[in-house]
Write a protein that binds this ligand. Structure first.
Ligand code: NDP
Length: 343
């Protein structure tokens, strides 16, 4: 069973050498006697920014998920097939998505089985989509945009890290809601994707903008109604100066801060008072009750071509460490996926 092991806790930017791909030897593809879990063959793994936080030692109260254990395989969201099940909810051959190990085969037990979703639609969309647009990042975009931001037709929307797994979908939801939407991303290729593939009205490369406040004023002369924040830091500070009265900010993620020992300060919070802006942090875990409704919206939209999706696919577990750390250098163009096996 090939596995991706965390060597030791990480500080600063993660490196490929913080992980190691090992072969832990032949395993019996059989559930242990009396086990109520499921044995899964992993097909696709999802690279997600929150995994970086799990690479540092657990700081109680500071996080909502446990640290990885050095010397053990890391885990994350993935898609796989049930080989054997001791859980009445699943049977051999079921396709599932949820938390799994970064390895070829995983034994999923305890609370992790409760967060496994059975995949019913296996024909019209690629299975890997359940690591992204039809899985956790898709639900994040849906809950964050519709539930937290309450968009209205004609409103102005700004999305950061806009070409990534979550951002590309938020931008498209904003267009489907009749909003004006601008995205920021870190390369020209990504900016082109935002405008030409995902239908953003405008997009800019934040790395080419020495003055983010001036850039936002250029695209939002009247101000921003909704900011979907994936990055935090300097961008959030600049956005605070450009919010409209009664604007909403969904604090989804702050990837610019995840590798810093000391998070940067935010200076412009007073704007929240002056403009009566509603800033709300949210966690996708609290919205999975909407998953059925979400699928009913997004699946047909994908099939009808109303929503499009871009993945960046790394082949094999050997490429998994580089794919994961690449998120923090902006190497991924679209949702970063790792293929473990295609069947
Ligand atoms: P992405 O697919 O967008 O990948 C990460 C991207 O972030 C990179 O490609 C890069 O794009 C950008 N980035 C990396 N470092 C920086 C930096 N220092 N400053 C600005 N941008 C940076 O990731 P996801 O779509 O999966 O996640 C987006 C955000 O949503 C993350 O913050 C994540 O933690 C958060 N999240 C929150 C959830 C919740 O429940 N609240 C659930 C899921 C995700 P670029 O080239 O444009 O810089």
């Amino acid at each position: 069973n090939k596995q991706v092991i965390l060597r030791d806790y990480v500080s600063g930017f993660p490196k490929e050498s913080d992980m190691q791909v090992v072969n832990s030897g032949t395993i019996k593809l059989k559930l242990p006697e009396g086990c109520e879990g499921v044995l899964v063959k992993n097909f696709y793994l999802s690279c997600d920014p929150y995994m970086r936080r799990r690479m540092t030692k657990y700081d109680p109260g500071a996080r909502y998920v446990d640290s990885f254990n050095p010397g053990s395989p890391i885990s994350g969201y993935g898609v796989g097939k049930v080989l054997e099940s001791g859980d009445p909810k699943f049977k051999e051959g079921d396709l599932v998505w949820g938390t799994t190990g970064w390895e070829e085969y995983s034994l999923i037990t305890g609370t992790a089985t409760q967060s496994l979703f059975k995949i019913h639609n296996t024909h019209d969309v690629p299975l890997s989509y359940y690591t992204g647009i039809l899985g956790m990042p898709g639900m994040t975009a849906y809950a964050g945009f519709y539930e937290v931001c309450s968009p209205k037709k004609g409103e102005t929307v700004f999305v950061s890290a806009a070409s990534g797994a979550v951002g590309q979908l938020v931008g498209q939801f904003a267009k489907l809601s009749g909003c004006y939407v601008v995205g920021s991303a870190g390369t020209k290729q990504k900016v082109d994707l935002l405008k030409n593939k995902f239908g953003f009205d405008e997009a800019f490369n934040y790395k080419d903008e020495p003055d983010l406040d001036a850039a936002l004023k250029r695209y939002f002369p009247e101000g921003i109604d909704i900011y979907f924040d994936n990055v935090g830091g300097k961008m959030l500070d600049a956005v605070l100066l450009n919010m409209k009265m009664n604007g909403r900010i969904a604090a989804c993620g702050m990837i610019s801060q995840y590798n810093l020992e000391q998070p940067e300060g935010v200076h412009n919070l007073m704007s929240l008072i002056m403009k009566q802006v509603h800033l709300k942090g949210f966690l996708v875990f609290n919205y999975y009750h909407l998953y059925g409704k979400f699928l009913e919206t997004v699946l047909p939209a994908i099939k009808e071509g109303k929503i499009t999706y871009v993945e960046d696919v790394a082949e094999g577990l050997e490429g998994a460490p580089a794919a994961l750390i690449g998120l923090f250098a902006g190497n991924n163009v679209g949702k970063q996926v790792v293929v473990v096996s295609r069947e």
